[in-house]
Ligand binder design. Structure first.
Ligand code: SF4
Length: 259
């Protein structure tokens, strides 16, 4: 991290403890295990900390289970794009009941989506990369940004081996010009590590995984893949592999164009 990195977090003027900042800058947190990272995160940031869970991959559910064991009041949110699979909505309610947990469901701005659909149609994402990114921006990136503006830190299920665009993910990253921490406790986990945790703790999963969906996103933009295929190949399959991100986890420009 550059020496000029800002030290302020969020609008309330709260500053990151210098010890925490030193640990992040020195990469010391990268040596911690997933549970240790979560304990550290909850101790320092709860309740201004939330897990970002899509309910469409095992990683988010593993983290939800792990965080809930550490702190039953830990927060979790999901972006409801309005285009999710029914299986995903069913899972959200199943998790809500099993953990007795209020899932924070975040919606896009209705007026923005309405204007986009009026201009470009319901299925604009198949027509060009620009239109697909516009849809992701209005239905995911901007609602996500709005939600995160109230937090100090968020937890994600990113793993380095998931794709070439995620190969350099650190366990703790500084975002939004120093106002937000992004915590990736599973950065160094393998697919087998995830599967083992799911088995051991009987973690509820999206039923579409059993139908060949390694990663379940919006219904029009995710599909089943053949055994052995790249797990990300079922997302936006009509695009080149290097553009297959929705914009939530790439370096975002201030104007949101970095999707
Ligand atoms: Fe729109 Fe598809 Fe992105 Fe969902 S994944 S927000 S439907 S483009």
């Amino acid at each position: 991290m550059p020496a000029t990195a800002p030290t302020l977090l969020r609008q309330d003027g709260k500053t990151i403890d210098s010890g925490i900042l030193d640990d992040i800058r020195a990469g010391r947190l990268d040596g911690l295990g997933a549970e240790e990272i979560l304990i550290w995160s909850i101790k320092n940031f709860h309740p201004r900390l939330a897990l970002s869970c899509s309910f469409g991959n095992a990683e988010g559910l593993v983290l939800l289970d792990m965080m809930h064991r550490i702190e039953p009041a830990s927060r979790v949110y999901v972006l409801d794009t309005g285009r999710l699979h029914q299986a995903t909505y069913d899972l959200i309610d199943r998790v809500r009941e099993r953990y007795d947990k209020a899932i924070e469901v975040v919606f896009p701005e209705a007026a923005a989506v309405q204007a986009m659909v009026r201009r470009h149609g319901m299925n604009l994402f198949y027509e060009s990369l620009e239109k697909r990114q516009l849809c992701c921006r209005l239905r995911k990136v901007e609602p996500n940004r709005r939600y995160l503006s109230e937090l100090d830190a968020h937890v994600t299920g990113l793993r380095r081996e998931q794709s070439m665009t995620r190969s350099a993910v650190a366990k703790v990253e500084v975002e939004d010009e120093g106002r937000l921490l992004k915590i990736n406790p599973l950065a160094d986990w393998s697919q087998d590590d995830v599967a083992s945790y799911v088995r051991e703790h009987n973690v509820p999963l999206n039923r579409l995984h059993a139908e060949g969906f390694p990663s379940v996103g919006c219904a029009p933009c995710s599909r089943a893949v053949q055994p052995g295929d790249d797990p990300r190949s079922g997302r936006w399959w009509w695009e080149n592999a290097d553009t297959r991100e929705c914009g939530l986890h790439v370096g975002e420009e201030k104007d949101g164009s970095g999707i």
